[in-house]
Design a protein around this ligand. Structure first.
Ligand code: DX5
Ligand code: ZN
Length: 215
């Protein structure tokens, strides 16, 4: 069964307590927080201050996706805010290995996210050092976009790279995950499904999380 990580980007920011309560009572093991800086991606979302609030209101694993440049400047702030997993973008890190060591040194799990155009083969020499690969199945920056079908072959290729090396690295799929495509994503080898709109725009978010879980 996949781990479900609802993305709070699609939550109701006028009543976050209600969404956190729903999350706590749901089958989701993680929740996904999208940090955007207006430079790496063409949108600005939120930073450590809000994550600190989420941390206090939720009991699940806090999965933070940094869509920012120079993530090394902020890793400590996100650790202090309560991130359990910190993911940086391959495309934003000239010294990716150093970024990963910094995150792990701070006691967090480390993830690497790749944009839709970035080949997974480029992760070969970092795979043994990380806990998670976040495959972007949309161009990062906004919730509610359509899943890019080419992601499925990237999942299969990455699954093979991980298994060949006998590693235990999660494959997280981020963007456009729906009740319709979740099955094929999991069958291709993904272990974590991020879902923003599919969960929070549904009539019964808790039930939707359960449906994704049982897919
Ligand atoms: C996009 C974000 C995603 C987003 C997913 O840049 O990284 O996490 O919240 O939203 P949906 O599931 O609506 O595509
Ligand atoms: Zn994300």
């Amino acid at each position: 069964m996949p781990i479900i990580a609802p993305s709070l980007l699609s939550a109701n920011f006028l009543n976050l307590q209600a969404d956190c309560d729903m999350l706590n009572a749901s089958a989701a093991e993680w929740y996904h927080l999208d940090v955007m800086d207006g430079r790496f991606v063409p949108n600005i979302s939120f930073g450590p201050m809000l994550i600190d609030f989420f941390r206090k209101a939720t009991s699940k694993v806090c999965d933070v996706h940094l869509m920012i440049e120079e993530p090394e400047k902020y890793a400590e702030a996100f650790q202090k805010a309560g991130a359990d997993i910190l993911t940086v973008h391959y495309e934003a890190c000239t010294h990716l290995h150093r970024n990963i060591q910094q995150i792990k040194g701070l006691g967090m799990k480390a993830g690497v996210a790749v944009n839709p155009h970035t080949p997974v083969a480029l992760l070969k020499d970092i795979l043994a050092d990380i806990d998670l690969v976040c495959l972007m199945s949309v161009n990062p920056g906004f919730g509610g976009q359509a899943f890019i079908p080419n992601t499925l072959s990237k999942i299969k290729e990455l699954r093979q790279m991980i298994d060949e090396r006998g590693l235990k690295v999660d494959i997280e799929i981020d963007g456009g995950v729906t009740l319709e495509n979740a099955k094929s994503i999991v069958e291709a080898g993904a272990t974590v499904l991020v879902a923003g709109n599919t969960v929070f725009k549904s009539k019964n978010p808790r039930e939707t999380i359960q449906l994704l879980k049982n897919i």
